[in-house]
Design a protein around this ligand. Sequence first.
Ligand SMILES: *Cc1c(COP(=O)(O)O)cnc(C)c1O
Length: 495
Amino acid sequence: MRNSLATELLFALSRPGRRAARFPDCDVPLQPLDELVPSQHLATADREKRPTLPELTEADVIRHFHNLSTLNMSVDTHFYPLGSCTMKYNPKRHERLAGLPGLVDLHPYQRINDQQGMLALLYDLQKMLAEISGLPAVSLQPAAGAQGEFAALLVASAWFRSRGESRSRVLFPSSAHGTNPASAAIAGFECLQLKEGTDGLVDLAELEQHLDENTAVFMITNPNTLGLFEQQIEEITEKVHAVGGLVYIDGANMNAIMGITRPGDFGGDMMHFNVHKTFTGPHGAGGPGAGPIAVREELSEFLPGPIVTSNLDDDGNPHFQLEDPPRSIGRVRSHFGNVGILVRGYCYLRTLGPDGVRDVARHAVLNANYLKSLICDLLPVPHGQHCMHEFVASAARLKEERDISAMDIAKRLLDFGFHAPTVYFPLVVPEAMMIEPTETESKRTMDAFAETIRTIAAEDPGFLHEAPHQTPVSRPDDVQAARHPVLSWTPEDGS
Ligand SMILES: *Cc1c(COP(=O)(O)O)cnc(C)c1O
């Protein structure tokens, strides 16, 4: 429970003369404001009417901002099963390490000899990402997954041009994340969306029908946004290669497969990592992120620079420098990329090591399958008997039988102290609820979440339509959206 003081504005809490600190008496003559600022620039010459600042004690201010910070949900306060874009584990130790003075006080314009520590770290990170992806050349430049997609598509474009080819089309399945077509369009390609098969996977016949000498890139997320591993990934990549196209792997779901299989091994030519998702970078509301890309050797000379390279100095010690690849598409971000997030990713990988990385993937998959088994009788999961790190359940039956929508459940979960899962995405599942528990959640938390879903499903639908009831802000005008979800969406809408 919160009392009314917790949500009042600072101006309402203000009382004349309240202070957080007491200053010594002024020992210089006071300068009237009108003498410092010419009167025509003052909002009002009337001293009484001038805007004032709230007058408050220290406790007023601390409580105000602290209370505001607790009105939100976060990974530090609540279970956060948002699918696909999940904020993963954010180890507190990483904050201390990323905040080491030697790292934060470094300036990118310092002499290269003074930056050797940071460059060694970034060099190792490039190597680790190359190992995890099975693709040898890495650029740490892009600041997010979406920017990685964009940069890699420019690399593909430059590569085709260097071979005298002008391929103009990018294909992707309809379960693709919206950034895939957006990146392709901004990179100057035309986009074609393919319907997946009834099993939620790429339909080989449909793919084959649309592949031709104009196909530049096939973008595929594996495991896909339905939480399914594309079983025929090798046939898929072979078919794309057979017409001379490239395969882009959207690596947002790498936490399900890292250490177990590698995009480079199943035929991917390029990919991005979302360091902020897979490798613990704390993020939310759009950043900060890091979206390094990894590519095959033959594409490496087009990568955005600088790349950290190493050779041995006269004493046989490694010396690091920054190099722009010979035919680089240029820079997509200043300096070495979003270093603060890259450092956290590095810490995570060094902490876990190869076996730990594999365990993360195993536990992510185990947890998702456990949670799925607890709720799939109530919220059926249309695709796949087993899922990878996430699953997409459907509230369509509940909607039909009891008029309870995915939106109603999502909103009501907030009252019970659970962040909502991703809803109404991917579009191929009606009343979709995309749930990703992540590898760090305990059985107890998942049991409680499943139990709450059951409680909600038994509640009065009218009451649920108005949920949430306990949060500082009730349901905004997306009530309308909830009554008319995007069920009627078809790929032809192009929306
Ligand atoms: C998050 C996500 C992206 C975009 O990554 P950002 O880092 O948010 O730009 C792309 N594809 C999938 C499947 C994602 O989940």
